[in-house]
Design a protein around this ligand. Sequence first.
Ligand SMILES: CC(C)(COP(=O)(O)OP(=O)(O)OC[C@H]1O[C@@H](n2cnc3c(N)ncnc32)[C@H](O)[C@@H]1OP(=O)(O)O)[C@@H](O)C(=O)NCCC(=O)NCCS
Length: 160
Amino acid sequence: MIVLTPLDEAALVRLLEAAEAGADPLDVMPPVGGPPGWTSARRDAFLAFHRARCLDPATAVERTWVIDADGVAVGAARLESHGDAVEAGIWLARAARGRGIGKQVTALLLAEARASGAAGLVASTTVDNRGAQSLLAGIGADLTVDGDEVAADLRLGRSR
Ligand SMILES: CC(C)(COP(=O)(O)OP(=O)(O)OC[C@H]1O[C@@H](n2cnc3c(N)ncnc32)[C@H](O)[C@@H]1OP(=O)(O)O)[C@@H](O)C(=O)NCCC(=O)NCCS
């Protein structure tokens, strides 16, 4: 069963373990210099990144959830406010990709976006990320290509 668990300090530790075990740092956080892989500097930056963006009320800009598959952390999902819309993001550890989890998480994020009263859901990805484009097209988002970038936009209406 796929569940979105709101991020807290305990969930953040589980999320870092999932990232270290199965994701490239560049897929899950901004670049940090140094040798490749999950160095201690990147682990610290991963924790600081999520504390600043989600857990610290003084600086938070988004809601983040750990994606739990049968109770095991396999990735993260987020919704960041942009005016009256929310920007969605998802990453999954390699072993969890290609099994339909992204599709379920996208549906859960869409439900959260609707429940929040947002007027739209937006997302951005790249032209080579067919999986992400498929997820976004699958919920009816309009996709616009600009060079290597793909912008997705779904109007949510006010029917709740
Ligand atoms: C992108 C990502 C979230 C997709 O999640 P996923 O669980 O692997 O995707 P699913 O198994 O739910 O598949 C959803 C759809 O995408 C398609 N798909 C998935 N991976 C694909 C790939 N590499 N190439 C082409 N299509 C792909 C599936 O066939 C499925 O299509 P359908 O709706 O027609 O059945 C996941 O692969 C991931 O975390 N990648 C690394 C981080 C990332 O790129 N995040 C998005 C940044 S914008």
